[in-house]
Design a protein around this ligand. Structure first.
Ligand code: AMP
Length: 299
């Protein structure tokens, strides 16, 4: 595995291999877990070369968020990438990504970036779409692998690539979960044992409502079910920022389910840790398909 720290060097490399090989790209903020590894596996399965980036992007953190404390472990991450067959590990530095200092271009979705997580994390998605534009321009991958766990992010990047004619295909990968159902996240390291017990309830509520939708989507009283679930989570000690069912195009709340693509999504604060989770739900005639992710055994 080659470690690259300069974007110039990576541009030269990707230009030189483009003719002969397909390139898969997995953007991450590091502190890798099995969710990230799943993306790497998918990239290796579908592409000739796999490039992973590890960059804790400052512009996607708000002033009171955990940028300074975000978990980092470059040595362990490098080892995991090596063990999992990554070809190139890209560790960019801030001035390699944000080269012109303050007068930076911002790539932004005026409306979609304000919804769901955007409502609670002002500026977050501007940071995400901007850094992804830069990374995709440097690497120019054939395919870019991203987790459905960050559903809104995946939807935005898909739209961005389409809108800006960026010639990379975005591949959404199912959420990897601990055996308890808790979605894997680098931030889970912040949780105490008691908080973990609370956090597990997030997935329990999503799962329970998804089952009701699967069984009889036409008759589910969504409004009522969502409200009851929010109350249960609040009484378990979580601070629910949103628990909603939205369409996957405009990210608007949905009252009645019919044929379409939806996301059942939640963000809640557990102790001091903000956690998110979601299921992608597709309704096609009488068939309801729920992507609930994959539970790892013995974690
Ligand atoms: P992060 O390092 O948290 O920015 O995540 C990097 C990529 O990994 C993003 O595309 C995430 O959606 C994806 N990811 C994070 N957690 C999971 C998970 N539990 N399962 C699948 N993908 C994930």
């Amino acid at each position: 595995m080659k470690i690259v720290t300069s974007s110039e060097e990576l541009i030269l490399f990707t230009n030189s291999v483009k003719e002969k090989s397909t390139v898969g790209f997995v953007p991450t903020m590091g502190y890798l877990h099995d969710g990230h590894i799943q993306l790497i596996k998918e990239s290796r399965h579908q592409c000739d070369l796999t490039i992973v980036s590890i960059y804790v992007n400052p512009t996607q953190f708000g002033p009171n968020e955990d940028f300074a404390n975000y978990p980092r472990n470059e040595d362990r991450d490098s080892q995991l990438c090596e063990e999992n067959g990554v070809d190139i590990l890209f560790f960019p530095k801030d001035d390699d990504i944000y080269r012109s200092g303050k007068d930076e271009i911002v790539v932004s979705f005026p409306e979609l970036s304000q919804k769901l997580c955007g409502k609670h994390r002002p500026g977050h998605f501007d940071g995400v779409t901007t850094v992804m534009t830069k990374l995709l321009s440097i690497i120019k991958p054939n395919k870019c692998f991203m987790g459905k766990k960050d559903g809104q992010q995946l939807i935005l990047i898909n739209k961005m690539v389409d809108d800006l004619f960026i010639p990379s295909e975005i591949i959404g990968v199912s959420t990897m979960r601990e055996n308890s159902g808790l979605a894997m996240s680098s931030r889970n390291v912040y949780l105490s044992e008691t908080e973990k017990d609370q956090a597990i309830k997030i997935n329990k509520e999503i799962e329970s409502l998804a089952q009701k939708i699967e069984n009889n989507y036409r008759d589910v009283e969504l409004e009522k079910e969502l409200e009851i679930a929010r109350e249960r989570l609040e009484s378990a000690g979580l601070l629910v920022q949103y628990f909603d069912l939205v369409d996957r195009d405009k990210l608007d709340h949905v009252d009645n389910l019919s044929i379409g693509k939806y996301m059942l999504c939640i963000a809640a604060i557990c102790g001091t840790t903000r956690l998110i989770d979601n299921y992608f739900i597709d309704i096609n005639g009488g068939v309801v398909e729920v992507d609930r992710g994959i539970r790892m055994v013995s974690k």
